[in-house]
Write a protein that binds this ligand. Structure first.
Ligand code: DER
Length: 241
């Protein structure tokens, strides 16, 4: 099975197993979450799902949902979500996540914090023993004096040894493809923190990042995951906390 087929399997299963009619749902961002959005659209069209209100976690997810006729709202009118479904860049054994590869971490986090259940959908390539080395940790920062903020981040005790790299080009991927800073849906920059060894205390790292003036939010999603649906060679497994 290709990685795309694995992503589709988990995206569809998340909707089939966790989305009921008459609920408010958070729609994630990225190539795996896009399959979940596709499945919601398909089941609304077939009538298998009715009366869904969806909260998108990025402009591009909003556009995909609009193209599928999925009714949309924002947290301002609907901030009590029954379930949110999203991908991840890394998943550790405790189901702590690195997210933000697609540059949508702020809207993902503010939405997913409002969900009774947060379902993470990944192919097995995302699993790791410790967060950091396998995928640079994205951090959304304000553009004003961003080099100063990057230096502050590099000096944080819980992030010892990290190398902050300003994301350039298209915000939706963390491979630099331009010479201008990538800009998020919220008008901010993304800094990707490269680690050579696992982050020993992701919770402390997250707290220290949030306490740094200039940092909007970060891609460490700790103690948020309700269940993780993983597609691999031997099929699909569901891990819950
Ligand atoms: O940017 C994000 O947070 C995405 O959800 C990312 O974590 C997973 O994207 P992918 O499904 O395209 O790998």
């Amino acid at each position: 099975l290709s990685q795309d087929e694995l992503k589709k399997m988990v995206g569809y299963k998340a909707v089939d197993d966790y989305v009921q009619s008459g609920t408010v749902i958070g729609l994630g961002t990225g190539s795996t979450a896009a399959f979940a959005v596709e499945r919601v659209g398909e089941k609304l069209k077939s009538g298998e799902l009715k009366d869904i209100i969806a909260i998108p976690t990025s402009i591009r997810t909003q556009e995909q949902a609009e193209s599928l006729g999925i009714p949309l709202a924002t947290l301002d009118t609907h901030s009590d979500l029954d379930v949110a479904i999203d991908g991840a860049d890394e998943v550790d054994p405790a189901l702590n996540l690195v997210k933000g590869g697609g540059g949508a971490l702020f809207r993902e986090k503010i939405v997913e914090m409002c969900a009774k259940k947060f379902i993470v959908i990944v192919d097995e390539s995302k699993l790791c023993d410790g967060l950091g080395p396998g995928f640079p940790v994205p951090v959304e920062i304000v553009p004003f004096c961003h080099e100063h903020t990057m230096r502050k981040i590099a000096s944080l005790p819980a992030l010892k040894g990290c190398e902050p790299v300003l994301r350039l080009g298209d915000v939706a991927n963390n491979q630099p493809d331009g010479d201008e800073p990538a800009v998020t849906d919220n008008g901010n920059y993304i800094v990707d923190l490269k680690f050579t060894s696992p982050i020993s205390d992701p919770v402390a790292a997250g707290e220290q990042l949030k306490a740094t003036v200039g940092v909007v939010d970060h891609g460490l999603f700790t103690s948020m995951t309700t269940a993780c649906i993983i597609a691999g060679k031997e099929g699909i497994i569901v891990k819950d906390e």
